[in-house]
Write a protein that binds this ligand. Structure first.
Ligand SMILES: *[C@@H]1O[C@H](CO)[C@@H](O)[C@H](O)[C@H]1NC(C)=O
Ligand SMILES: *[C@@H]1O[C@H](CO)[C@@H](O)[C@H](O)[C@H]1NC(C)=O
Length: 289
């Protein structure tokens, strides 16, 4: 069993949090951050896309992607943020291993991340990712535009989480000003990088899931219920709890889906409609911003 933690939403931006495994067994799951902390533009959009009404649905999206030189290529910046005590824990080969893990997951869907830069910082406050310190860190470190993926790998990420990330939204639309979206990006527990300390979760798949949020996806168990819209995506079986480990229960749970909470070895797929959702969200919110 894992214990999800509610995290404060990150300012104006929608965010989603993922728990890390807890040693305390038998605790019920509660809702981590997801639609509860999403902003209105995100919520309206997933509803409309689900209903097939959004302007970003197929034709418009195809036009945007066709106009693009390299539709599937996304610029990424990794920020390694360590405490003094852990200041040599992330080796120079880990960012490349993390990139490889990310691309191994996304390449089958024609999405490719291009690592533009790796920053390394030793800062006890930033490595924890809390409140104003997190804001300061992102103000200082974030690079690129709203369509640049910024991943912060923090050695002491607060809240017992593997990671958390902002969801894509209209925050940057037409504004061209980094000050409105400096918070955009994913906080990831550095111990979940490939070959790092966290058994079961050290093959880099936390970054895959967080990036899924960044691309606009919710958890497959969003809502923690077998009723309701779930993740607003029709080809992911509805799931009332997060998967723990890699066991199927009940039978149809999408335990191999990157947007569940399985162990890294269990992850295999995104569905066709999840991929389509990321493309719609990209064309509506990130492309050109
Ligand atoms: C890392 O910590 C060691 C020992 O505490 C120290 O000697 C070294 O200068 C530190 N390196 C950085 C980059 O802060
Ligand atoms: C990489 O990041 C550093 C800051 O750590 C910055 O000075 C440099 O310009 C960046 N390089 C590129 C190619 O963006």
């Amino acid at each position: 069993m894992r214990t999800p933690f509610l995290l404060a939403s990150l300012g104006l931006l929608a965010s989603a949090a993922d728990p890390q495994p807890s040693s305390a067994p038998g605790q019920p799951f509660d809702c981590g951050t997801g639609t509860q902390s999403a902003d209105q533009s995100y919520l309206d959009t997933i509803q409309q896309l689900h209903d097939g009404k959004a302007k970003g649905s197929l034709a418009a999206r195809a036009a945007v992607l066709a106009a693009h030189d390299d539709p599937g290529k996304i610029q990424a910046i990794f920020h390694i943020v360590m405490t003094n005590a852990a200041n040599d824990s992330i080796t120079n080969v880990m960012p490349q291993a993390q990139l490889d893990s990310l691309n191994a997951a996304y390449n089958p869907y024609n999405i490719q991340f291009m690592l533009q830069n790796v920053t390394r910082n030793t800062n006890d406050a930033w490595a924890v990712g809390k409140g104003d310190d997190d804001t300061n860190m992102k103000h200082t470190l974030r690079q690129g535009t709203y369509n640049t993926l910024n991943l912060y790998f923090q050695t002491d990420l607060v809240g017992g989480v593997l990671g958390r990330c902002t969801l894509s939204s209209a925050v940057a639309n037409g504004k061209g000003n980094p000050s409105v979206y400096f918070n955009d990006g994913c906080n990831i527990n550095a111990n979940a990088m490939p070959d790092e300390l966290m058994d079961g979760f050290n093959k880099g798949k936390t970054a895959v899931r967080e990036t899924g949020h960044w691309l606009g996806l919710l958890h497959t168990f969003e809502g923690y219920s077998c009723d309701g819209p779930g993740d607003y995506i029709d080809d992911t079986p509805i799931e009332s709890t997060a998967t723990d480990g890699c066991l199927t229960y009940p039978k149809n749970d999408p335990i191999h889906n990157y947007m569940d909470y399985s162990i890294d070895d269990c992850y295999e797929v995104f569905t066709g409609l999840q991929v389509q959702r990321t493309e719609s969200m990209w064309s509506m919110f990130r492309d050109g911003n």
